[in-house]
Design a protein around this ligand. Sequence first.
Ligand code: CP3
Length: 321
Amino acid sequence: MRQAGRYLPEYLECKKKAGGFLKLCTTPELAAEITLQPIKRFDLDAVILFSDILTPLIPMGIDIEFTPVPIIKNPIRTEKDLKQLKIKPIAENLGYVGDAIKLILKDLPIEKCLIGFGGAPFTLACYLLKDKNDKDFSNLKKFCFSSNKNYFALIEKLEEMSIEYFKYQIDSGVEILQIFDSWAGIFNLSDYQKFILPSVKRIIKALKKHSKTPIIYYVSNGSHLVDALLETTADVLSLEWRMNIKEILKKIKDKNKKIILQGNLDPFHLFLLERNLKQEITKIVSFFENENFIFNLGHGVDKETPIDKIHFAINCIRSGR
Ligand code: CP3
């Protein structure tokens, strides 16, 4: 959740030297150095590969600028644009990712874990259709509901690329994969089941056939989707801060599922006074009692987050178990 990012002065320094965010992602030595920055400061159990969900779209023919909010200069509009989206061999076109993974693993302490990641096709499609006037991904909704055929053609292309990209990360050495479906919550439950869930299930099925690597699935603002989220077949469900852990744990038990939960501190709670922050953390930890879980933020670290609060939060989490 933007574990390495703008709240860290060492990240900002690297970015300044490199001359931009994309340069950091595409230079294996820099991506590896940045990936490892957070564990030099914090007692974390895992690092997440430094990259972005949108970089694999570049070899497909998409021109992206990070301002740092991503701007797609040639968004998909028509069936013709869709046909021009290319599927290129991953290793030849995204080799910098595999190279970064290998460099990270050389320096990563053995007890720490490396998380790989990518976007789910739906969330990638949200960005592919977005232009500067589209504040809430309504372009994606218009595209989907006006032509189911074009929508599914786009999703299937992104799915094919994503499966190859995830397999490539696994083969390069990542130990867990997180699939980000950040914007899936813009659909209601039945639209999620019809337009998003089948593709997520197909990706997870293909990856399970390929390896035993555990898979985490994340949706932001998805409280209304919980019943479907429990059907994705992911090993771990990553919850954002509005999701109700107690209710979800009960559903998991009632349905006899073996899903681990991850989450879900509001990243802005890191701005609370220490005693209030501790209360919020204790609340989350206490939901789990004897259950396994992965403590995490509910979304990305904000760029103004005070670093001392992250140290404090980690100490609270460690002492709460
Ligand atoms: O530390 C990590 O979490 C790993 C690296 C990572 C980044 N982006 C780096 C990044 C990961 C896992 C992502 C995923 C990502 N990227 C998602 C899914 C997670 C989510 O936030 O919902 C999405 C939707 C994107 C697209 C994207 N990239 C956005 C919306 C932004 C702007 C974010 C912001 O804070 O303004 C980016 C840029 C980006 N990706 C930054 C970082 C560190 C900031 C770029 C900078 O330093 O200038």
